[in-house]
Design a protein around this ligand. Structure first.
Ligand SMILES: Cc1ncc(C[n+]2csc(CCOP(=O)(O)OP(=O)(O)O)c2C)c(N)n1
Ligand SMILES: [Mg+2]
Length: 305
């Protein structure tokens, strides 16, 4: 498979020596987020793996300002920072939340909803690695159906389909929300640029590789991310002022098992007697893809602005 990365970062806005695990998506994401947003940025970080990866002061990973905050309230903290910057005449400074899926789908959801409903001028970035990884791989409401975590241990597995976060956020009538993958870096960078130029509440959810949590080979993180898109398990799309747009249409979607079989958290699905679970995941993935295509068709006029 080919890669579509054709960019060059001229001057790094991160320092070397990130504290992430091998094959973690956070450092690569942070590098490109910082490149697009620049130094005039305040990063607001609730409890998540990035609380550690950001580094202890003064050895910060990011060039910019970093504010660590409580798990449940990053968008509320960011709201206050935005208001203070605006009061100082610094309306051009970026305020960016860097959060995990637990902090976004679960414990921070009320705070996120409040900020989105108020149209707060901030960019919210969620690294969705599908569990509470920093505390030992507990399930969140972003955990994929069929995955094993420490709270859904083998021989059982997660029996709940993840929440539709993009749908939830888009339902707040915000100007921009999108999914992104590190295997499609051009697309990710375009989305960051678009989000930077847009005023109001914006959210990007990244498919976050996590070798210790997903039981994967660190060197395979990007390959697995690409397969997640090519199987439609993690479709790339954006919702701009209510209008859905799919950003990558696989020539011929691969079967979901090509992506699942590379991850130890789904290993149990490949034992005899579990074929029905893979079939269920395939059916759900196909339905979700059809739903997205319909959303794209039905929302082609900007009726929700
Ligand atoms: C109120 C509260 N409960 C629990 C914790 C412990 N805690 C710190 S990070 C974390 C996991 C965060 O998971 P997620 O948001 O998915 O980010 P990830 O670690 O996967 O990057 C938890 C449970 C906490 N810091 N505060
Ligand atoms: Mg997580």
């Amino acid at each position: 498979m080919t890669t579509d990365n054709h960019f060059l970062i001229k001057e790094e806005n991160v320092y070397s020596g990130a504290l992430s695990c091998r094959g973690c998506g956070w450092s690569l994401s942070a590098r490109h987020i910082a490149d697009i947003l620049g130094e005039d940025t305040v990063y607001v970080i609730p409890a998540c793996c990035f609380s550690i990866i950001a580094g202890p002061y003064p050895m910060n990973e990011l060039k910019g300002n970093v504010v660590h905050t409580v798990f449940a309230a990053a968008p509320a903290t960011a709201t206050g920072i935005r208001a203070a910057l605006d009061r100082q005449g610094k309306g051009d400074a970026n305020v960016v939340v860097l959060a995990g899926d637990g902090g976004t789908f679960d414990i921070g959801l009320q705070s996120l909803s409040g900020a989105a409903a108020r149209r707060e001028n901030m960019l919210y970035i969620c690294n969705n690695n599908g569990a509470y990884m920093n505390t030992g791989i507990q399930s969140s409401t972003a955990t994929p159906y069929g995955a094993v975590t420490t709270t859904n241990p083998s021989p059982g597995y997660r029996h709940i389909w993840p929440k539709d976060l993009i749908g939830i956020v888009a339902a707040h009538n915000v100007p921009y929300t999108a999914t992104a993958s590190l295997a499609f870096m051009d697309d990710f960078r375009e989305k960051l640029k678009k989000a930077k130029q847009t005023k109001g509440f914006r959210l990007i959810m990244i498919d976050g590789p996590c070798p210790p949590g997903h039981k994967t080979e660190p060197s395979q993180s990007i390959t697995i991310g690409r397969l997640a898109v090519e199987t439609n398990l993690f479709p790339l799309y954006e919702v701009e002022n209510g209008r859905y747009r799919i950003n990558h249409i696989p020539d011929k979607p691969l079967p979901v098992e090509t992506c699942l079989k590379m991850q130890g958290r789904f290993k149990h699905l490949f034992k005899e007697g579990r074929e029905n679970v893979i079939r269920e995941i395939q059916e759900r993935t196909d339905k979700n893809w059809q739903r997205l295509k319909l959303m794209q068709q039905m929302s082609s006029d900007e009726v929700y602005v």
